[in-house]
Design a protein around this ligand. Structure first.
Ligand SMILES: CC(C)(COP(=O)(O)OP(=O)(O)OC[C@H]1O[C@@H](n2cnc3c(N)ncnc32)[C@H](O)[C@@H]1OP(=O)(O)O)[C@@H](O)C(=O)NCCC(=O)NCCS
Length: 155
């Protein structure tokens, strides 16, 4: 397994990974646009030469905002998500960013587990923020410093 910065040629593979994890998948063109933005921080993990997980963040002022992260459904629970977080974190540090921020659905236990183990703490709630199968779901807003080691993913 290897983790590297995503490049424009990854757009199609990232679209497939995103679509396998989210109800409203982003298109190849969406990713081409994201990858062309100087503020974008995007890393991809490959298994046997195939994109297996990725994360996309945006530098905004001194913040790094996590926009999305996904591991291929059949490859979850093997440490790829954590590797992606570490790759994003290394790039945020390299850019001199100060704080990570993200939003996560209150009922997304795998993502919450990953974020908490990486040192994120809850700083707010956006009520009924996401659509869900049985009604709208709160988003938890979480943060962690970029410079401070946190969780198992000390960087
Ligand atoms: C969230 C996601 C990216 C995690 O990816 P992953 O490759 O399975 O994560 P890892 O194997 O690196 O696990 C890292 C940590 O996450 C947590 N975690 C992973 N799966 C979990 C689960 N099913 N339940 C609770 N915690 C879990 C654990 O803390 C785990 O650490 P551990 O293995 O030492 O216990 C993956 O579940 C996914 O793609 N989900 C769908 C997309 C999504 O919801 N993205 C987040 C949107 S906010």
């Amino acid at each position: 397994m290897s983790v590297r910065a995503a490049v424009a040629e990854d757009a199609a593979a990232l679209s497939v990974l995103h679509g396998a994890s989210f109800r409203e998948g982003w298109t190849r063109d969406d990713f081409t646009t994201w990858l062309g933005r100087a503020e974008a921080i995007c890393v991809v993990a490959e298994e046997a030469g195939e994109a297996a997980a990725f994360g996309l963040a945006l530098a905004s002022g001194s913040d790094a905002e996590l926009l999305t992260i996904a591991t291929a459904p059949g490859l979850r629970g093997k440490g790829l998500g954590r590797k992606i977080m570490q790759g994003l974190h290394a790039e945020a540090r390299a850019r001199g960013l100060e704080r990570w921020v993200l939003e996560v659905a209150r009922n997304n236990l795998p993502a919450l587990g990953l974020y908490k183990s990486e040192g994120f703490v809850e700083i707010g709630v956006r009520k009924a923020y996401y659509p869900g199968d049985t009604g709208r779901i709160d988003a938890l807003v979480m943060e962690r410093p970029v410079a401070t080691a946190g969780g198992q993913g000390r960087a």
